[in-house]
Each structure stands twice: as structure tokens, then as C-alpha cells.
Design a protein around this ligand. Structure first.
Ligand code: 5AD
Ligand code: SF4
Length: 459
């Protein structure tokens, strides 16, 4: 997903005497991958704005181009190599252009990037963004590589430069300690570390002051949050006390860290939204064991049942991987059947992609044929589409509270936003102000969207 960030529009003003010789140089950041990368791009934008760099939304007029990359599957990396190839022609025309690769792919395969794209100036891992200004300043021909992992880096003192809007991402934790067999994240993002609760609350206040109504707390296994004194349930409660913040979401929790306290807060605190993304990965205990997921189907289902019993109207979405090494047709059927049983509101579904250095790559052959992976993926996508369509259609005739986020791309007369349980809803503008939560009556649906008409205005 390409997402240039409008940096200058929201950067703090910089005193003229503090301006560096780079004040006329502009940065363009292109984002790939997950929300954590979006949040990191906002940190990068802040670090560079602080060093006097301006922002640019058009890559062709930028002096510095940074790609913030993803390494989760091979396809994500190949896309970036393709993009680098395109940018290399710009670089040939303008040799002073500084081109950098940041993020997980930079961390994972810095040497390969230097070899396959030797025209790249900087390769910067997720813990080295503080060094970006210096690295840009010193960019000279050969790639400069900075992929030190710093177990203490949490960027807590950096106020991210965000695009304006009524929603914001708030990183509360970095890294991951789980080491699932298929996953590269613990290698490229290092060990888990949590931002102190006070810093998170302070940032939430700052966001509320700037007009943000909804925050999404971010972490690789967000609900294993622990700052030494507080756990995730404490943090949800503390964040909900911030005046002006009306909705709190979080992503992505891990099933094994879904404590009763967390579920209780979800059910009882009106600001904490009734949606949870709960990655299953596989519905087979044997596959889960080989994946080194530390729960079994029974435990996962206990969490689902507790959520349904304690969080009224809870929506549950998930991640599924098909074609993990050794996944037999019968084991795949177990996943299919579990998806039928849970009836997820939505799912991200992936073919297994072997990643160098992971336990799965070292231990198991990537032995499911590509055609078979595609077949399995198609089957669960078809299942999920029909379940989603049914769930969305079942909302017709009900009322939902929707946070009006902006004008619909399809029609200037409509607004769009999300329901409390994370469904996109499109409804007529009427007199509704962006940033307000409105009661919408659902009159129609598609598999991924609710169509509404405003019933009344709420807070
Ligand atoms: N291959 C396919 N999918 C993967 N994921 C993580 N690693 C891989 C991989 N090697 C998926 C998981 C995870 C989501 C973010 O990406 O489902 O939850
Ligand atoms: Fe990867 Fe597992 Fe950590 Fe999620 S919990 S980031 S899948 S290692």
C-alpha cells in the first residue's frame, strides 16, 4: 500500500536559527506493509522535520526518497525491488537524489539490497531512525547500512508527525518475543518492549487536543503490553480516561495474551470498541504446534466464547495462513471448518511464504505446491466472503453508531466511517460534521460495507 504522508502541513514550526543547510530539501516517504510501518513513517517524518527537512507528496520533486518496507512475505519484498528499479531512472537523471530503504526489509536483507540495488544510498532498520539525518547528510554513492537493533529504542520522546484526521495510530509496544515458526518479525524488529503508560496517556491527550476522536493502540502482540507496572487492561482503562478520545481500538492482540481483565474492559468500558482482530493462523492443533503458536484450538475457542459472552455484539476478525509446510488436506479442512464455526466478521488470508532464518525455513521443506496453496486460499476466501456477506446483511434494519471520518470517494454527498464493531459504513452527509459520532440506520449492505441513513446525531 503506497501512502505518502503530508509532512509539512502538520510539522511543528522550526525557528529560523535552528534551520540546517537542508531546509530547502524535501523528503518523500512511501509506506509499505502494516500499521506499525505507518506509525514508524510518522516517527521518521518527525525526526526529519526536527532536522529541518521539508516534506513532499510528489516523489518526482523530492530530494530524498524513503521507502518504508515490509518483509513479512516474499511478495512484499519483490514489490519494493520493482519500485527501486523504477526509481533508479530518477536517480540516474538526478545523482544528488538520496534514496533510502527503511523498515523490516532493510533490516532483513540489507546486503541483498546493496547488491541488487547498488544505487540505494541508505539502508536503515527500524531501530536506527534517529540516525537518519546524519545518514542523509553523509550519503555518498555506496549504500550506508545501519541495522543495529536496540532493545531499548521505543521513540517515546518523539512526537509523530501525523496526517490530520479524526483517527490516529499510537504505538505502545515494539518488537515481538513469540517467534512463531513462519514469522520474520522477531528477527527484524527485535525484542518486545513497551512504552511507559504515562507516555502513552500523554500522547493520547496531545492527540485529543488536536481533534483526534479515535486512537488505535499498536503493537506486534499489543495485549502482551507490560511497562513493568501496568498491563494491557490497565492501559485501556487509563487511555479511556482521556477527555476527547471517544473510541479506543487496538491491533494486533495475540490469543494467548487475551486475559479476562482485557475482555472485562472491552465489555464494560464504553470507549473500548467491540472489535478484536484475533489471528488464528490455523485450525489444526498439529499445524499450530509446528507453527510454534502457543495455544491450541480449544484455548482459542475459549477466548472466542468469553468474548462473545462478555462483549455485547463483539466482532471478531482473523489472520489465516494456508499451505504451511506439511499441512495435509485434512488439516486444511480443520481450518476451513473452524472458520465456519467461528463465523469471522472478516479475515486476512495468506499463502505461506518461506522466510530465511525462521524456524520453519530451517526445519521444514516448503512442500505444498503453489497450485495447491492457491486452491486452499481460494476456498477459504470464498467461504469468508459468503460469511461476511451474511453478517453484514444481518445488520440491515439495525442502528449503529458511526464515527464520521470523511467524504466518501464514490459520492461527494456521502460520508464514510466505521461502526463501533469496525465495519465501514457509508451514509448521506446531511448536516453531519466530520469527527462526530452519529446514529445511523443500516438500510443495505455489501460483503464489506454497510449502507446507512442518518437517524439522529450523537456526541
Ligand atoms: N507467510 C505467510 N503469511 C505470514 N504471516 C506472517 N508470516 C507469514 C509468512 N511467512 C501472516 C500471519 C500474520 C500476518 C500479519 O501475516 O497471518 O498474522
Ligand atoms: Fe510474528 Fe508470531 Fe510475533 Fe505475530 S506473534 S509478530 S506472527 S512472531
Amino acid at each position: 500500500m503506497k501512502q505518502p504522508l503530508p509532512l509539512a502541513s502538520v510539522a511543528d514550526p522550526i525557528a529560523p536559527e535552528a534551520l540546517t543547510p537542508f531546509r530547502n530539501r524535501n523528503v518523500y516517504i512511501e509506506n509499505y506493509g502494516c500499521q506499525m510501518n505507518v506509525s514508524d513513517s510518522e516517527v521518521i517524518a518527525s525526526i526529519l522535520a526536527g532536522a529541518g527537512y521539508g516534506s513532499e507528496t510528489d516523489m518526482r520533486s523530492a530530494d530524498i526518497i524513503l521507502l518504508n518496507t515490509c518483509a513479512i512475505r516474499e511478495k512484499a519484498e519483490e514489490r519494493v525491488f520493482g519500485r527501486l528499479g523504477e526509481i533508479s531512472s530518477l536517480k540516474r537523471k538526478r545523482p544528488d537524489l538520496v534514496l533510502g530503504v527503511c523498515g523490516c526489509m532493510a533490516q532483513r536483507i540489507a546486503d541483498q539490497i546493496a547488491e541488487r540495488a547498488p544505487y540505494v544510498d541508505l539502508v536503515m532498520g527500524p531501530d536506527s531512525y534517529r540516525n537518519l539525518p546524519e545518514a542523509i547528510e553523509n550519503a555518498r554513492g555506496a549504500p550506508y547500512i545501519d541495522t543495529r537493533l536496540d532493545p531499548l529504542e521505543d521513540y517515546a520522546d518523539i512526537a509523530p508527525v501525523r496526517a490530520e484526521g479524526v483517527k490516529a495510530w499510537l504505538t505502545i509496544q515494539r518488537g515481538c518475543d513469540k517467534f512463531c515458526a513462519f514469522c520474520v518479525v522477531p528477527f527484524v524488529r527485535g525484542r518486545e518492549r513497551s512504552v511507559q503508560l504515562e507516555n502513552v496517556v500523554e500522547e493520547a491527550r496531545r492527540l485529543a487536543d488536536s481533534g483526534v476522536k479515535e486512537i488505535t493502540l499498536l503493537g506486534q502482540t499489543v495485549n502482551s503490553y507490560n511497562d513493568g507496572r501496568h498491563d494491557f487492561a490497565d492501559l485501556l482503562e487509563a487511555a479511556s480516561e482521556v477527555n476527547g478520545i471517544e473510541r479506543i481500538r487496538f491491533t494486533s492482540p495475540h490469543p494467548s495474551d487475551a486475559t479476562d481483565a482485557m475482555i472485562r474492559v472491552m465489555g464494560s468500558n464504553p470507549k473500548v470498541c467491540s472489535h478484536i482482530h484475533l489471528p488464528l493462523q490455523s485450525g489444526s492443533d498439529e499445524v499450530l504446534t509446528r507453527m510454534r503458536r502457543d495455544y491450541r484450538v480449544k484455548e482459542y475457542m475459549e477466548v472466542v466464547e468469553k468474548l462473545r459472552a462478555n462483549v455485547p455484539g463483539a466482532a471478531i476478525t482473523t489472520d489465516i495462513i494456508v499451505g504451511f509446510p506439511g499441512e495435509t488436506p485434512a488439516q486444511f479442512e480443520e481450518t476451513y471448518r473452524l472458520m465456519e464455526r467461528v463465523r469471522y466478521d472478516g479475515a486476512f488470508m495468506f499463502k505461506y511464504s518461506e522466510r530465511g532464518g525462521t524456524v520453519a525455513q530451517k526445519r521444514y521443506a516448503d512442500d505444498i505446491a503453489e497450485a495447491e496453496k492457491i486452491e486452499r486460499l481460494k476456498r477459504i476466501i470464498a467461504l469468508q466472503e459468503s460469511v461476511s456477506a451474511e453478517i453484514y446483511a444481518s445488520k440491515i434494519g439495525t442502528a449503529a453508531a458511526v464515527l464520521a471520518e470523511g467524504v466518501s470517494k464514490r459520492s461527494g454527498d456521502d460520508l464514510f466511517g466505521k461502526t463501533d464493531d469496525f465495519k465501514t459504513c457509508v451514509f448521506p452527509k446531511g448536516g453531519v460534521e466530520i469527527g462526530s459520532i452519529v446514529q445511523v440506520e443500516i438500510v443495505n449492505s455489501t460483503p464489506h460495507t454497510l449502507i446507512g441513513r442518518s437517524a439522529s446525531r450523537g456526541g
